[in-house]
Design a protein. Structure first.
Ligand SMILES: [Zn+2]
Length: 510
């Protein structure tokens, strides 16, 4: 009993005393609170622990307004975290528009080094604005998946793999990225990831994966070959810069151990960022740095950050490539669609070309070059459909499709009155969910059969999406019902199939 009363009696005078003390402390010069930026070591190679979401927010708020940097919050995740965007520009205006670069990282929450490197890049530009060329307009979204970053997971707070959501745009994070990309129309976009340097099947052989960093360009076969080639040119430029900086470099690849297993370059489908951002007409890339002992490990982090900084600085410097690239981008944006749309394509090695594939021998640190004919060299198209005039979406599915079309900046007309057209109806035969060895992809392959075109009435309230103008590449890639990897891999869109699997999108033909 007495002790219960003793406490307030002791505290009361203390509390009374605290108030004037606090006021005095405020008035007196006090040591500055530890600055958020102090979290970043002077030398990026010394970073030994990834920057958390909260630390990143502190850093970005400190950088806001410094030099050419402006911070904004572009959206919120399902768990209520902010999606931060930094815009940096010293462009004074002029005849040509600035060269717009969009860098984004950590779509996969457990792939950390791209984000860390971007924070160093921004810190350095804030201190020395000259590091940003005047003709470059830089946009940085350092952490696309804060919920996954905080949980240490690949997926976002809603359990989705964001890098499979770039066609359906069901998640707030991908919606925000595409809204930004539509607003900016970047000339260059880079999506930053990590891969496991020493997975189990490599360790069994006493090897580790050789490169510190990999990089590749957009490759969907509907893109202008001219632009895809321009992107490949950048892969070589980055490779040269990484080699000079002492970072082993390879063109991006995924797959198993050579010589028996297959390796291939990035997936050509548009449900991942590298090709979906390519739909906006600029150059688009994926980068992956090598993380040791599982993706979540922070060991060797400084080395990966350094490899990423080498990549970013090389991109910003431009290396004298921009004049020709601008022309290639402009040509590609004006290019009409080809007569056939590729719907089924895969990596292959048509001539069984032997490649000497580098791996690291862990015990000696030596580089071994393993001859293999299982590194896929070419993207081959296995099936196409004649390019239609456009697509018509049934009224019952119009709202769902309008959301996706708006998300990708694809204009569509809602028919005020019915319209007579010749159109092909398409049926969803099945969706295959198991891993597929031929396409080297996980589930979601849609098998669709389209009927011969016949005269029919599109009812009022239908959406009409003509394949014309700058958005036609996007419209074809998003809407083509016969695509092997399309919207119907997503349950939300599969549910819109009618009786007999009739899909809500018709191909309107001459
Ligand atoms: Zn990833």
């Amino acid at each position: 009993m007495p002790r219960r009363f003793a406490l307030p009696l002791i505290l009361a005078p203390l509390l009374l005393g605290v108030l004037p003390l606090a006021a005095a402390m405020e008035a007196a010069p006090s040591p500055a609170p530890p600055a958020a930026l102090a979290r970043l070591p002077e030398d990026p190679r010394k970073l030994d622990r990834t920057v958390s979401y909260a630390e990143m927010e502190g850093i970005l708020r400190e950088l806001d307004g410094k030099g050419p940097l402006q911070l904004s919050v572009e959206g919120t995740t399902t768990k209520g975290r902010s999606l931060f965007l930094v815009h940096a520009s010293r462009w004074q205006g002029g005849k040509a528009s600035p060269w717009k670069i969009l860098l984004f990282a950590q779509q996969h929450g457990d792939e950390i080094s791209g984000k860390d490197a971007l924070l160093f890049l921004l810190r350095d530009i804030a201190r020395k604005p000259d590091l940003l060329p005047e003709e470059v307009d830089l946009w940085v979204l350092p952490m696309m998946n804060p919920d996954g970053a905080e949980a240490g997971t690949r997926r976002n707070g809603a359990g989705a793999d964001l890098n499979r959501d770039h066609i359906g745009l069901e998640q707030p994070e991908t919606q925000v990225l595409h809204r930004i990309a539509l607003g900016i129309r970047p000339d260059v976009a880079v999506d930053c990831h990590e891969f496991a340097r020493d997975p189990e099947e490599y360790r069994e052989k006493g090897w580790a994966k050789w490169p510190d960093i990999t990089f590749d360009g957009m490759n969907n076969p509907l893109f202008s070959p001219d632009l895809v080639g321009t992107a490949r040119g950048w892969v070589d430029t980055i490779g040269g810069a990484e080699a000079k900086a002492g970072h082993p470099f390879l063109r991006y690849w995924v797959g198993g151990v050579p010589p028996r297993e297959e390796q291939r370059h990035s997936a050509p489908d548009v449900d991942s960022a590298v090709n979906s951002l390519g739909m906006y007409g600029g150059l688009s890339f994926i980068a992956e740095a090598a993380a040791p002992t599982g993706k979540a490990s922070t060991g060797d982090l400084g080395n990966r950050v350094d490899a990423y900084l080498t990549l970013f600085r090389t991109l910003l410097a431009g290396d004298g490539q921009r004049g020709e690239e601008r022309k290639a981008i402009e040509r590609a944006r004006r290019r009409p669609l080809p007569a056939f749309l590729p719907t089924n394509y895969l990596w292959a090695n048509p001539s069984a070309k032997v490649t000497r594939f580098p791996v690291l021998e862990v015990s000696t640190g030596r580089t071994l070059r393993i001859p293999t004919a299982n590194l896929m060299t070419d993207l081959v198209v296995k099936r196409t459909v004649p390019t239609p005039l456009g697509y018509a979406v049934e009224p019952r599915a119009a709202a769902e499709f309008r959301r996706v079309l708006d998300g990708h900046g694809i204009p569509a007309e809602t028919l005020a009155a019915s319209r007579s057209v010749t159109a092909e109806a398409c049926m969803l035969v099945r969706v295959e969910e198991e891993f597929d060895e031929v396409h080297s992809r996980y589930g979601g392959r849609q098998v669709v059969r389209c009927q011969e075109g016949k005269g029919q009435e599109l009812p009022a309230g239908s959406l009409w999406v003509p394949l014309e103008g700058e958005a036609s590449v996007r419209a074809a890639l998003v809407l083509e019902p016969a695509a092997l990897y399309g919207l119907y891999q997503l349950p939300r869109f599969r549910a819109l199939a009618g009786p007999g699997g009739l899909l809500p999108v018709r191909r309107v033909v001459p």
